[in-house]
Design a protein around this ligand. Structure first.
Ligand SMILES: Nc1ncnc2c1ncn2[C@@H]1O[C@H](COP(=O)(O)OP(=O)(O)OP(=O)(O)O)[C@@H](O)[C@H]1O
Length: 229
């Protein structure tokens, strides 16, 4: 059920074409639940749908809006995006500098920046990485730092595109615990269906459209059955 205090991401008549090929066709959606998963085959358009949520990707036709605001700035402010590949996200050579970057852009006072970074590093057990060179981090460490870099901005919605691909079991469990505890709306693309346990809603994307949309208890078994030869 949609919570009226939650931001609602609305897609109206959204189509995306790439290289002359339709990727998404005339999608209408209202996303207002706390936990939303996106599943579908490779190349089905899941990342495209996810990227539309925060304006990294723009529709070829139609509009994407958060609480009625469709300008890119509003989308970027409200919706944080965690990339599948953390190298797409980590910009600065030192972990702490990377975490500071967006907060400085927001014009926050120094002590608040420090407090937010301390809190996020503690929450993930990432304090030992604070002064490390980002290019020397392991893939999983980078993935955790990239997620921390988004959470530290305290966006109202967090979109994650396959966030656990590089993580070991320990960090994967830690990621899931942190995500479970977040108050924010979480929208997650995942091929790992177990990560969607307890979600409120799952979208199955295929053939450029929504093939299914509903509670995971129904959508996931139907998806698995459909994809099993
Ligand atoms: N610039 C581009 N030009 C042409 N086609 C593109 C371009 N960018 C992406 N595509 C195609 O768009 C389709 C959808 O890509 P998208 O990354 O959204 O899929 P996905 O469902 O996230 O896939 P995966 O599960 O493999 O990550 C793919 O077939 C991809 O090859």
């Amino acid at each position: 059920m949609t919570d009226t205090t939650r931001p609602v991401l609305s897609f109206r008549g959204v189509s995306v074409s790439k290289g002359g090929r339709p990727i998404l066709r005339d999608v209408d959606l209202d996303l207002g639940e706390r936990r939303i998963g996106i599943v579908g085959r490779n190349g089905s358009g899941k990342s495209t749908l996810a990227r539309l949520c925060n304006g990294i990707e723009r529709p070829t036709q139609g509009t994407v809006a958060v609480d009625g605001q469709s300008d890119r700035k509003a989308l970027r402010r409200a919706v944080g995006f965690v990339f599948q590949n953390p190298d797409s996200q980590i910009v600065y050579p030192i972990v702490s500098e990377d975490l500071e970057f967006g907060l400085k852009n927001l014009g926050l006072p120094k002590d608040e920046i420090r407090a937010r970074i301390d809190a996020i590093l503690a929450r993930f057990g990432l304090e030992p990485l604070r002064d490390r060179l980002t290019h020397q981090l392991s893939g999983g460490e980078k993935q955790m730092v990239a997620l921390a870099g988004v959470l530290v901005m305290q966006p109202r919605v967090i979109v994650l595109d396959e966030p656990a691909t590089l993580l070991d079991l320990w960090n994967r469990n830690r990621l899931m615990t942190v995500l479970r505890e977040l108050d924010q709306t979480v929208i997650m693309v995942s091929h790992h269906l177990d990560l969607l346990d307890g979600f409120d809603r799952v979208l199955h994307i295929g053939d450029g459209t929504l093939l299914d949309d509903g509670p995971p208890e129904r959508v996931i078994p139907a998806y698995v059955a459909r994809e099993t030869c």
